[in-house]
Ligand binder design. Structure first.
Ligand code: SF4
Length: 339
């Protein structure tokens, strides 16, 4: 099957034009036709010579941009869009409302192979990784839902660093000045700790922000909650994070999902504070959301936050959104947990 032209970065389109005997200088017009003008017909790309369109048509396809098959709106204004991509690969994205701006939360994979114990997506297993154009399609759908979309996070279904090549291409496509020109500094990629990709990101010219799911500070507990710990132990992940922060003079976002009675004891906050000492970070505490819907208020949450603040950590409570439509953190299961 011929590749979809919408999944190529501008540099890749330029290289493709050269290999088709055309001038690479047309790449900007082609890219703009696809990603700003929403062209649907490869034979008629606005401002692109017919000859170039014919050449591209001999090597590529241009499928219609996939549209969500289902849309759920939460009482708090959160919107969840369910896509069913080719090969029956479901994936969800979420538009999170803010005070006067919105955030899009995109999926990088259909399902996830990481198997984190608290996560509805992990329970599905991995269906497949998403293509750059499928990631772009989620962004476009979120854009249609928003009056002021200002930030973008890769915190939906999947582990973005296990589909890094495609996520990276989607980032390049979305931030390209001939397309949506969405600032990379307003994009955050979240990982459970794939060290080689953290290192690649450190050395790359990408300006996206890094978020790391800490999950638990004690190695045995973390291994039970997040099997990735066995491949990439948190201590080594945080060492890579320290190098990232130093090399880029950047802060990192650390996320800690609070599981009542599991990782929210005073000994957990003490160990956590020690482990992340000296890392320029903001720590987001996320109360656990059971897949079936809203969870009980965790009485320990505030106390846990206070213990961390007392130990010198910039700890914040993340206001969870969309729990009533299973759109909150850890709940995305492609509509499978919706009645
Ligand atoms: S928390 Fe993230 S990495 Fe873990 S199973 Fe869920 S989607 Fe995958």
């Amino acid at each position: 099957m011929q590749p979809d032209l919408r999944g190529l970065t501008r540099a890749e389109i330029a290289a493709a034009l050269v290999s088709l005997g055309e001038k690479p200088g047309n790449a900007g017009a082609v890219f703009m036709a696809l990603h700003r003008r929403g062209a649907q017909d490869l034979a008629r790309l606005p401002n692109v010579p017919e000859r170039v369109c014919r050449a591209l048509g001999s090597a590529f396809t241009l499928a219609p941009l996939p549209a969500p098959e289902r849309r759920l709106v939460s009482a708090d204004g959160t919107r969840k869009l369910l896509f069913r991509f080719a090969g029956d690969a479901p994936a969800e994205c979420v538009v999170l409302p803010g005070k006067d701006q919105q955030t899009a939360c995109l999926s990088s994979q259909s399902g996830c192979a990481c198997g984190c114990a608290f996560c509805a997506t992990g329970a599905l297993g991995l269906k497949r990784s998403l293509t750059p154009e499928e990631i772009v399609a989620q962004f476009e759908a979120c854009l249609r839902e928003s009056v002021d979309l200002r930030s973008l996070v890769f915190m939906g279904m999947g582990e973005p660093f296990l589909n890094w090549e495609n996520v990276k291409k989607a980032i390049q496509i979305l931030s390209d000045s001939r397309g949506r020109h969405f600032p990379q500094v307003k994009m955050t990629v979240s990982t459970v700790g794939v060290i080689p990709v953290i290192e690649e990101l450190t050395a790359s010219g990408l300006r996206v922000r890094l978020a790391v799911s800490v999950i638990a500070a004690a190695p045995e507990l973390r291994a039970r909650l997040a099997p990735m710990e066995k491949t990439y132990p948190l201590e080594r992940v945080l060492a890579a994070v320290r190098r990232y922060c130093a090399a880029r003079e950047a802060h990192v976002m650390l996320e800690y999902i609070l599981l009542p009675g599991v990782n929210d004891r005073p000994s957990d906050s003490a160990l956590l504070a020690k482990l992340i000492e000296g890392i320029p970070c903001r720590l987001n505490l996320i109360p656990y959301n059971p897949p079936g819907g809203p969870g009980p208020a965790a009485p320990r949450v505030k106390e846990f936050q206070r213990e961390l603040i007392a130990a010198g950590v910039r700890a914040y409570l993340r206001a969870e959104k969309g729990a009533d439509i299973a759109a909150a953190c850890g709940q995305l299961a492609a509509g499978l947990n919706q009645g």
